[in-house]
Design a binder for this molecule. Structure first.
Ligand code: FAD
Length: 295
C-alpha cells in the first residue's frame, strides 16, 4: 500500500482522511465493518483512514491491526495504524512492528498516548519522539505524529510547541495530523509558526463535527479546545433537539473546512466518531468543494 507522505507529495489537491476507533468489544467489529461498507471510502475519494490504538477504552489492540488490514484489503484504501508508547517496551514494540508489517500496513501514527495516571512514567518511551526514533531505526514505516494548534493539554504553554515539533521531525516524522479545533485562526497561527521556522512536513487539519452536547463537553474537558462564542450559542440553541444540533454541527464543520481549503491546507482529517451518516453527508460535499477549487 502507498506511503502516506507520498500521497501528500503527489496529490495536487488536499488529502482527505478520517479516523475510526475499534469497538470496545470484539462483537462490535462486524457492525463497524458495516459502517465502513456504508461509507464506501474508496468511492468517496478518501485517501487514507486512521485507526486508533488503545484510545476510548478499547482494551484489545489487535483490533487496530485487524481493522487497518480490512480497510486495505476490502476497500483498497491506505490505512494508518496508530501506536502509543504508553505501556510499550522495546521488545513489545519490535513484536508489534513485525505483526503490523506482516499485515501489509506501511503507515504508523506514533503517539505517546494518554498517561494512565499523573505519576506514570515509561522510561523507554517518555515522549512520542522516543517511540518515533525507535520505529524509524528499526523499520521502513512511514511515520505520522500529532500536532496541537492550541498546545497540548498537559503543557501550561498555549499554542503550538515549535521545539516539540522539530524534535518529532528530527526523530523521523514524515507527516503530521492536527488535534481538532473549532476556531480556524488557531490553525492559521500554527501554519504561520511552522512556515517561519521552515517546517515543511505536510500537515492535515483535524476537524470534528459536533453531534451532541455530551460529546463537546467530554472532548473539551479532555483536550482543552476552546469554543468560539458562535459555537457555544449554537449548542445552547439546539441542546434539546439532538437532530437539529447534529445538523448545525455538521454545517459548522463544513464551513470550517471550506475556509481551511481556501487557506491552502495540505489535508483535512475528519474525526467523525464512527458515524456513517455524518461521513456520508460530509464527504460528498467536501469532494465537491475540492473539485470546484481546481487545485
Ligand atoms: P508528545 O508529543 O510526547 O507530548 C506529550 C506531552 O509531553 C506534551 O505536553 C508535550 O508538550 C510534552 N513534551 C514532548 N516532548 C517533550 C520533551 N522533550 N520535554 C518535555 N516535555 C515534552 N491517544 C491514544 O491513546 N490512542 C490514539 O490512537 C490516539 N490518536 C491520536 C491521534 C491524533 C491525531 C491526536 C492529535 C491525538 C491522539 N491521541 C491518541 C492522543 C495522544 O496520545 C495524547 O494527546 C497524548 O497525551 C500526547 O501524545 P503525543 O504523541 O502528542 O505526545
Amino acid at each position: 500500500m502507498t506511503k502516506i507522505s507520498e500521497i501528500y507529495h503527489t496529490k495536487s489537491s488536499p488529502v482527505l482522511s478520517f479516523e475510526i476507533f475499534p469497538p470496545k468489544k470484539e462483537s462490535g467489529i462486524t457492525s463497524l465493518y458495516q459502517t465502513l461498507d456504508e461509507v464506501n471510502p474508496q468511492k468517496m475519494g478518501v485517501d487514507y483512514i486512521s485507526v486508533t490504538y488503545g484510545a476510548g477504552g478499547s482494551g484489545d489492540n489487535t483490533m487496530t491491526r485487524d481493522l487497518a488490514q480490512y480497510i486495505q484489503t476490502h476497500f483498497g484504501v491506505t490505512a494508518l495504524h496508530h501506536l502509543t508508547g504508553v505501556n510499550q517496551t522495546p521488545e513489545s514494540l519490535r513484536d508489534n512492528l513485525a505483526k503490523i508489517k506482516q499485515a501489509g500496513i506501511e503507515n504508523i501514527l506514533a503517539l505517546r498516548g494518554d498517561l494512565p495516571d499523573s505519576d506514570y512514567v515509561n522510561a523507554d518511551y517518555p515522549y512520542a519522539k522516543d517511540l518515533i526514533c525507535d520505529i524509524k531505526q528499526a523499520s521502513t514505516f512511514n511515520i505520522g505524529a500529532a500536532i496541537y494548534p492550541e498546545g497540548h493539554v498537559d503543557n501550561p504553554i498555549t499554542g503550538i510547541s515549535v521545539a516539540g515539533i522539530k524534535e518529532k521531525i528530527a526523530s523521523g516524522t514524515d507527516f503530521l495530523i492536527s488535534q481538532f479545533f473549532f476556531e480556524n485562526d488557531v490553525y492559521y497561527h500554527m501554519q504561520e509558526a511552522l512556515k517561519n521556522n521552515y517546517i515543511k512536513v505536510p500537515v492535515s487539519a483535524g476537524v470534528m463535527p459536533i453531534i451532541s452536547k455530551a460529546q463537546v463537553e467530554r472532548m473539551t474537558y479532555m483536550i482543552g479546545s476552546s469554543l468560539p462564542a458562535r459555537l457555544v450559542k449554537m449548542i445552547h440553541k439546539y441542546e434539546n433537539n439532538s437532530d437539529d444540533l447534529k445538523k448545525a454541527g455538521i454545517e459548522y464543520a463544513l464551513e470550517q473546512i471550506q475556509d481551511l481549503l481556501d487557506h491552502g491546507v495540505d489535508g483535512i482529517h475528519l474525526y467523525a466518531m464512527n458515524r456513517p451518516n455524518v461521513l456520508k453527508s460530509m464527504l460528498p460535499i467536501i469532494n465537491q468543494e475540492i473539485e470546484s477549487k481546481h487545485f
